[in-house]
Design a protein around this ligand. Structure first.
Ligand code: KIV
Length: 333
């Protein structure tokens, strides 16, 4: 091994402070971060390996998304995913990231039937998998479930915009919030979720300006995945960030492997006896490359570099002018 490289740099190549030095975010930290304009950086993970990569790279939160049904389990959509599959993936993610704020995604069929069913299933995420919160899709139509879960003392996040579980009712995976009608529906739903007790909302696939309006008008944090740079934080699917899913990649998702591959090969070059380092520390392979990628994403979210225009949906000048005339649009206060 090359004597010049410090053991700390070998065991922690991204240089991110370990969790024992950072504090786990909670609901109070999240609202403080919103007030202080500090973006939250989070990713999905569905097993212990990737959850531990995310944790080591310094993410604020992890979502065990039902997207795991597609990228891990090989389903064509998220619709077939079951509660048992979600619990299994959430338990594994929790083992890999014991100290990160973990959100379990409620699969289709687990919360629509009644408030009671929603609570029973939300409790499974908390009790069986150690999740800190759950997420579910929809607005006013799911407020009974949101209220019931929140009244049961469980943190619940709403999800608006493109909602994959009900994508067929929108005519497929389509960008939302581009017209005044669509924006008004979303902001009304967002207020309904906040009123019902949601602690935060995730917006998916919306142009930056209408998404920013939702974030600005709500008291609770509003995060985005493909919803531009005017929200309170960013989510990316781990398999898109690492370029692991070859079937499909949303246009807004950035793969960070090309961004860090030189950093990774420079790091390997400094190691000297790579085989020895690999045997002793196992920091010579894909987990280190993945950690560097996620760490770069976190850094870019925190310093406002991600998302840039080429990872955002746009709205035409004509439509933006119409959006701004909506009675629900608030100009600068
Ligand atoms: O399942 C998931 O990962 C999600 C994101 C697409 C927002 O819900």
């Amino acid at each position: 091994m090359n004597d010049k490289i410090e053991p700390e740099a070998i065991t922690n190549p991204t240089g991110i402070a370990s969790l024992s030095q950072r504090s786990k975010v909670d609901v109070l930290t999240l609202s403080k971060m919103k007030r202080k304009d500090e973006p939250v950086a989070w990713v999905t993970a569905y097993d212990s390996t990737f959850a531990s990569v995310a944790s080591a790279a310094g993410v604020d939160m992890i979502l065990v998304g039902d997207s795991g049904g597609m990228v891990q389990l090989g389903y064509q959509t998220t619709n077939p995913v079951t509660m048992d599959e979600m619990i299994l993936m959430s338990q594994a993610a929790r083992r890999g990231a014991p100290d990160v704020f973990l959100i379990g995604d409620m699969p289709q069929g687990s919360y629509e039937t009644s408030g009671r069913d929603a609570v029973v299933n939300a409790l499974r995420f908390v009790k069986e998998a150690g999740c800190d919160a759950v997420k579910l899709e929809g607005g006013a139509r799911v407020c009974e479930a949101v209220k019931a879960i929140s009244d049961a003392g469980i943190l619940v996040m709403g999800h608006l915009g493109l909602t994959p579980q009900s994508a067929s009712s929108f005519g497929g995976y389509r960008v939302q919030g581009k017209t005044a009608d669509s924006f008004e529906l979303i902001i009304e739903d967002a207020f309904a979720l906040q009123e019902a007790g949601a602690f935060s909302i995730l917006l998916e696939a919306m142009p930056a300006e209408p998404a920013g309006q939702v974030a600005k008008q709500l008291d609770i944090p509003v995060y985005g995945i493909g919803a531009g740079n005017q929200v309170d934080g960013q989510l990316v699917i781990m398999h898109d960030l690492l370029g692991l899913f070859k079937e499909f990649r949303p246009w807004f998702a950035k793969c960070y492997i090309p961004e860090v591959i030189t950093q990774f090969s420079d790091y390997i070059a400094t190691l000297g006896d790579v085989k020895k380092v690999g045997r002793e520390f196992r920091t010579d392979g894909l987990s280190t490359l993945a950690e560097m990628s996620v760490a770069r994403y976190v850094e870019e979210v925190k310093n406002g570099q991600f998302p840039q225009k080429d990872y955002m949906y746009s709205v035409s000048a004509e439509n933006l002018a119409k959006l701004k005339k909506s009675k629900k649009w608030k100009s600068k206060s």
